[in-house]
Design a protein around this ligand. Structure first.
Ligand SMILES: *Cc1c(COP(=O)(O)O)cnc(C)c1O
Length: 353
């Protein structure tokens, strides 16, 4: 079965041999304070940083999930007010978590079919962190790089935190234009779940140091202390940290993957525009996601497409949140091949006839 679920999804094709390597070399039995572990973690951070082309001075911290990173932002980088700007379920969940932790958190909901209206946005004066979901996995929209550039220029004193869980490692992202980039590995990295990645700019690191929150096992300031020494506060997901280093050294370049994914997304959307049964949920091409394609039809057509695809060996993603009934979702991640996406389009085309 080939999974087009937008996470967990199809695995990178080398995962099995990388896992065997982790077992055979004894890595999974070494202590996480040992030189062997620290060298491995240093290698992984270097490979991630090289693949993503992170700007100088950015630091990588490993967590257990993207959700954990949301909580860390609220606990360790916000004293009072974070502003959450979203149009879908993941952005909303992030806001709800944040609001439980810091009552001063605010939300701004923008329209599904329109770009984030960054020039109309009036950030409250006290805003410490602006939180944006770059790729909204629930509805297949994305926020363009220019939005981050603009925000950065308009609000130089405010940290920008970005949930890029379903786009990081898939498409190029403007890392220099935001301060916190969070993700987990079961989406575009093509890995098993259970590892979160938090990328921090020098400004975010400085803020974490100023606030210096140290109350919990995953407080950011001590996590940074450990990470700088290529360690983690608790016994981490050693296997996944190893796999991440392997995967990012083997994936080719981010530029090539990004170009390919964008090209395939354009092909898929134009197929949908010409289909009579299926329509892109997002009509405005300007805000469509490249990595998660949301497809709209009637509820019974959605369920029959998923069933017929499953018979043919393709697992399609269910709709999510308020789009659960009348949409399904297709992941267009680096682990997927162009042939697989072509076959899937052919199958949908055949159902359509
Ligand atoms: C999948 C996803 C998450 C949650 O990831 P976890 O690893 O389950 O915490 C958060 N945000 C977005 C945009 C996602 O796609």
């Amino acid at each position: 079965m080939i999974s087009f679920y937008p996470g967990p999804s199809k695995l990178n094709s080398h995962i099995k041999s990388f896992m065997a390597e982790a077992v055979d070399t004894g890595l999974l039995s070494v202590n996480h304070r040992s030189d062997t572990f620290m060298q491995m973690m240093a290698e992984t951070k270097k490979n991630v940083s090289t693949y993503l082309k992170l700007p100088k001075g950015y630091e990588i911290v490993f967590t257990s999930s993207a959700t954990e990173c949301w909580e860390i932002v609220s606990k360790s980088l916000v004293k009072g007010l974070s502003m959450h700007i979203f149009n879908g379920s993941f952005g909303e969940k992030w806001f709800q978590f944040a609001h439980k932790i810091k009552r001063g958190s605010e939300e701004y909901i923008f329209k599904l079919q329109e770009p984030l209206p960054v020039d109309e946005l009036l950030l409250p004066l006290m805003t410490e962190v602006v939180c944006i979901t770059q790729n909204e996995t629930s509805n297949g929209t994305q926020v363009a790089p220019s939005i981050f550039t603009y925000l950065r220029q308009q609000s130089p004193g405010t940290l920008i935190a970005v949930d890029a869980t379903s786009s990081m490692a898939g498409i190029n992202l403007p890392y220099a234009d935001a301060d916190v980039w969070l993700a987990s590995v079961q989406k575009c990295f093509g890995m098993p779940s259970g590892l979160g990645i938090m990328i921090l700019s020098p400004k975010a690191i400085e803020r974490a140091r100023e606030i210096n929150e140290r109350d919990r096992y995953n407080s950011l300031s001590p996590m940074l202390d450990f990470s700088i020494q290529n360690q983690t506060p608790y016994t981490p997901n050693v296997l996944n940290i190893f796999l991440l280093g392997k995967v990012t050294s083997q994936m080719g370049t981010q530029q090539d993957n990004s170009d390919l994914i964008k090209k395939r997304a354009a092909t898929f959307y134009s197929f949908l525009e010409n289909s009579s049964l299926y329509k892109p949920l997002i009509q405005n091409a300007e805000v469509r996601s490249d990595t998660v394609i949301a497809i709209k039809s009637s509820a019974d057509k959605v369920s029959s497409a998923r069933k017929q695809a499953e018979k043919a060996g393709y697992l399609l993603g269910k709709g999510y949140g308020r789009w659960a009934e009348d949409t399904f979702r297709i992941a267009n991640f680096p682990a997927h091949t162009t042939e697989e996406l072509d076959e899937l389009m052919q199958l949908l085309h055949d159902i359509d006839r």
